[in-house]
Design a protein around this ligand. Structure first.
Ligand code: NAD
Length: 248
């Protein structure tokens, strides 16, 4: 119960890694606010989590919308009066080959994966600053380390941007008592990997030292650590959760 009495916002929390993060933070004692484009999925997730922990709140928004982000922060503050943790997890992976990437694909990828993480952070920072404490955790990707291998350049670029943004924000907001860190998951078994063929899946299993794909719970454990007081002197860092596939 390292997060007892805290309030956490998780974007993209309706399914996959975001849902596992929400469940883990709730198990650590945090009230959770799930923000997702899939309003019905967010409601379902919040109902399920509320059965075994503190009441979870669902907010159906597109995180690329300024109005949506304002609604998210208001909903969290109206319900709980504080925001301790923001997990910028929502992301998209448009599987478009390099020479077919249009400006629309490029911009949408940046807007969801990078711009929205910046503006969601900006939206919660006044509250965290007033509290004198906060945690921002950005879900990047192993593609930020490798240049992308299982993913195309527009996605890898957006996730590499998140690592740089993590460092840049950490520098500015450290004096406010806010830490900013990233988690770079490797191959995690969610809908995002549904496009892998059995042969591709086996190729990855052969390359990963721990000889398995990651689970959403593997990522959630790293996020819970970074959200907790155990990580109070860690900021600007990117934590690799990839079974050892990429090491620095
Ligand atoms: P997923 O597709 O299963 O879930 C993503 C969630 O984000 C969905 O619920 C979706 O509705 C939501 N979302 C998408 N766009 C949104 C928007 N504009 N506004 C609000 N919500 C939006 O993906 P996942 O595998 O759980 O991935 C979660 C995060 O982890 C993503 O940022 C992804 O890039 C990253 N990641 C995943 C893997 C992997 O192997 N699965 C690896 C590295 C990084």
């Amino acid at each position: 119960m390292r997060l007892h009495g805290q309030v956490s916002i998780i974007t993209g929390g309706a399914q996959g890694i975001g849902l596992a993060i929400a469940a883990r933070l709730a198990a650590e004692g945090s009230a959770v606010v799930i923000a997702d484009l899939n309003a019905e999925g967010a409601e379902r997730a919040a109902r399920t989590l509320s059965e075994s922990g503190p009441a979870a709140l669902a907010v159906g928004i597109d995180i690329t919308s300024e109005e949506g982000r304002a609604r998210l922060v208001s909903a969290a503050l109206e319900r709980h009066g504080r925001i301790d943790v923001l997990v910028n997890n929502a992301g998209i992976l448009p599987r478009v080959p390099l020479m077919e990437v249009t400006p629309e694909v490029w911009h949408r990828t940046m807007q969801v994966n990078l711009d929205a993480a910046f503006f969601c952070s900006q939206a919660v920072l006044p509250t965290m600053r007033a509290q004198g404490r906060g945690r921002i955790i950005n879900i990047s990707s192993m593609s930020a380390r490798t240049g992308g291998q299982a993913s195309p350049p527009h996605y890898a670029t957006s996730k590499t941007g998140l690592v740089g943004m993590t460092r840049a924000l950490a520098r500015v907001v450290g004096a406010w008592g806010v830490t900013v860190n990233a988690v770079a998951p490797g191959m995690i078994d969610t809908d995002m990997l549904a496009a892998l063929t059995p042969e591709q899946r086996q190729w990855w299993l052969d390359q990963i030292p721990l000889a398995r794909l990651g689970t959403p719970e593997d990522v959630a454990g790293a996020v819970a650590f970074l959200a907790s007081d155990d990580a109070s002197y860690i900021t600007g860092a990117t934590l690799d959760v990839n079974g050892g596939y990429f090491m620095i």
